[in-house]
Design a protein around this ligand. Structure first.
Ligand SMILES: Nc1ncnc2c1ncn2[C@@H]1O[C@H](COP(=O)(O)OP(=O)(O)OP(=O)(O)O)[C@@H](O)[C@H]1O
Length: 253
């Protein structure tokens, strides 16, 4: 079965001649269709892990097999193409272009990825995505003319426009209030149920409790994991939160 498979991944930063071994032999696998959260103390390497497995940053050592393709063997332009066509990103620095409308920001990656694709199909897909995520009425607004929740939902639309295999999300609800956070997580859960894998970093227990599996990273290594199973009904959310909370307390979080 296809998956994202990370083997003995190491990442070392050197700042002022001092080495910082941020990732130390990380091993993990995310199956097609899985939704996995990464938690852990501040500075433990969560964002670095997301950047390294998605090819946004080079690994110092180790392997990243992205659904059959060895990332570490690819040339930079091949990694860029792979990122554009097969990965979606929902990051806090949202990288939305301020001089474009929400709609234009959403369709841009599709035009970049495939010049030959019928523009009408791309536009239709963008419209359907915006409808699904409830932001059709702000499609012509500028990036600064929408709420934080709407902007985050626009980011999710953009991340989905090229039908990626996986979405990488760094604190996808970090800047949102509780209601927007619930809505964004509901969308991510729905997208996952439709088949897209999701790997997200979060400090928020409520966010992690919606995921199928949670990995705990400490000092650049996966220390433990908990399997919560697919979050199908909202009725068991309290039980999932309790289970996760007990596990995190045991880990000293
Ligand atoms: N580009 C970089 N250059 C040098 N050091 C970096 C760089 N990015 C991250 N680091 C260092 O790597 C370590 C891990 O950072 P990272 O952002 O991955 O942690 P994190 O677990 O996501 O933290 P937080 O929960 O606070 O966001 C930190 O010591 C950080 O200073």
């Amino acid at each position: 079965m296809e998956s994202l498979k990370v083997t003995n991944l190491c990442k070392t930063y050197v700042v002022n001649k001092r080495q910082n071994n941020v990732l130390r032999n990380v091993n993990l696998e995310i199956q097609a269709g899985e939704m996995v959260a990464i938690m852990g103390p501040s500075g433990s390497g969560k964002t670095t892990l997301l950047y390294t497995v998605s090819g946004m940053d080079d690994a110092t050592a180790g392997k990243v097999n992205f659904f059959g393709k060895e990332l570490t063997m690819l040339k930079p332009n091949e990694i860029s193409d792979l990122r554009l066509q097969e990965m979606g990103f929902v990051f806090q620095q949202m990288y939305m272009l301020k001089n474009l409308s929400i709609y234009d920001n959403i369709i841009l990656p599709a035009y970049q990825a495939n010049q030959k694709k019928n523009r009408h199909d791309i536009q239709e897909r963008a419209k359907i995505l915006m409808q699904k995520l409830g932001i059709s009425d702000v499609s012509d607004n500028g990036v600064n003319e929408v709420s934080g929740g709407q902007l985050q939902r626009a980011c999710i639309c953009r991340s989905l426009i090229n039908q990626p295999k996986i979405i990488f999300a760094d604190e996808p609800t970090g800047a949102l209030n509780k209601q927007n956070s619930i809505e964004v997580m509901d969308e991510l859960t729905r997208i996952n149920v439709e088949g897209t894998s999701i790997m997200l970093v979060t400090h928020d227990m409520r966010v992690a409790s919606k995921c199928e599996r949670v990995l705990y990273i400490e000092d650049g290594n996966i220390r433990d994991e908990i399997i919560l199973g697919k979050c199908i009904s909202t009725s068991d959310i309290r039980q999932r939160e309790r289970q996760l909370n007990e596990w995190l307390i045991k880990l000293g979080w």
